[in-house]
Design a protein around this ligand. Structure first.
Ligand code: TRP
Length: 350
């Protein structure tokens, strides 16, 4: 997995040139599981990148993969709140629903139906080998469900339903893009050319450290949600475990809490963790926490103000999703018709 990450990173400058040369030749499909609130890690890792691609004129589709919520847990509790919250964060961050199609997995039946032919193109052994499936299974502490085992195949359907050819993802989703390419190739070989072989795209800041120095993740309780109030932000920062050494240094191994705060403050002020540490000198962790809180709150103030304004329009999120789902359905139905045609099932297109 690390190797393919390094290889993907190496391809980025050349890919970037092709995007800038001809943004119209790319269609981006990316997204996330609505399992919680979007946080700073999402902002720096993916949302900022989507806004940039949109500005370059690349057509973008964002899937809120609600069915994927139940890959590693057996309840979809609060999924509607998380979907709504994510849409508000996208809009507040500058994604324009006229140009960027935002839709939900469960609302696009034809996309889901692609799973059947796609499943026939992979072996059980290939699915069991997927490192992300293995890791998520181990972390879940549950029996491996059929849905988690086939996670990479439904992700292939998410990408290929719209013939997405560019897939911005985090490191742990790279194996899914690999299997998507395999599925596209095997389908084309067996039934004739229908699908592109999508390319993965990774951003420069692939893993944002959380407040405690581990990867920022809602499940670690070390995340600052984009939607938090200033006081909630201060509380989250205050809860970070630091140490009593008054000299602030950037030492991710030895001082994960201090270093997580430094990274967060640095990202939000456009600086480096070392420079922030130097500036704080021997001021102690109280000063570090105050500095970090102010940095985050200043950085997010515009986002939070826009978000509150958007949230005050009660029908907005529903409208955005309804329009996104209509567009996604039209494309999915056209692709499914093409798939059936190629498979000799044109009679099903009636
Ligand atoms: N699996 C992604 C995650 O872990 C979410 C996702 C679903 C996705 N379908 C996708 C990402 C298609 C990129 C492309 O959050």
């Amino acid at each position: 997995m690390t190797d393919s990450y390094a290889a993907t990173q190496e391809r980025m400058p050349e890919l970037e040139r092709r995007i800038i040369d001809d943004p119209g030749s790319f269609r981006v499909l990316t997204g996330e599981r609505p399992t919680g609130s979007l946080h700073l890690g999402h902002h720096f890792g993916t949302i900022r990148e989507r806004v940039r691609l949109q500005a370059l004129g690349v057509e973008t589709f964002i899937i809120l993969a609600d069915y994927q919520v139940i890959t590693d847990r057996d309840t979809a509790a609060n999924v509607a709140d998380h979907v709504r919250g994510a849409v508000l964060d996208y809009l507040a961050a500058g994604l324009d629903p006229e140009r960027t199609t935002i839709f939900t997995h469960s609302a696009v039946p034809a996309l889901n139906q692609l799973l059947l032919p796609f499943l026939s193109l992979v072996s059980e052994a290939e699915l069991h080998r997927n490192p992300t499936v293995k890791a998520e299974h181990a972390a879940s502490g549950r029996a491996l469900s059929g849905l988690l085992l086939t996670y990479p195949v439904h992700q292939a359907a998410d990408i290929l339903f719209c013939k997405g050819n560019l897939v911005p993802v985090g490191k742990d989703n790279l194996p899914h893009v690999e299997i998507t390419r395999t599925i596209a190739r095997r389908f084309n070989e067996r039934y004739g050319e229908v699908f592109p072989e999508p390319e993965a795209m990774v951003t420069e800041t692939p893993e944002i450290p959380g407040l405690d120095g581990r990867k920022m993740s809602k499940s670690y309780g070390n995340a600052i949600a984009l939607s938090m109030s200033e006081d909630e932000t201060a509380d989250a920062v205050r809860r970070t475990v630091t140490d009593s050494d008054r000299v602030i240094t950037y030492d991710p191994e030895g001082r994960p809490g201090v270093s997580g705060l430094l990274s967060t403050a640095a990202l939000c002020t456009g600086s480096t963790p070392e420079a922030v540490a130097e500036r704080l000198g021997d001021a102690g962790s109280g000063a570090l926490k105050a500095f970090t809180t102010d940095a985050v709150n200043a950085f997010l103030s515009g986002h939070r103000a826009r978000r509150a304004e958007l949230a005050a329009d009660p029908g907005l999120v529903d409208r955005v999703l309804r329009e996104g789902n209509v567009r996604a359905n039209a494309i999915a139905e056209a692709t499914l018709a093409e798939v059936r045609d190629h498979m000799g099932m044109g009679y099903a297109n009636g």
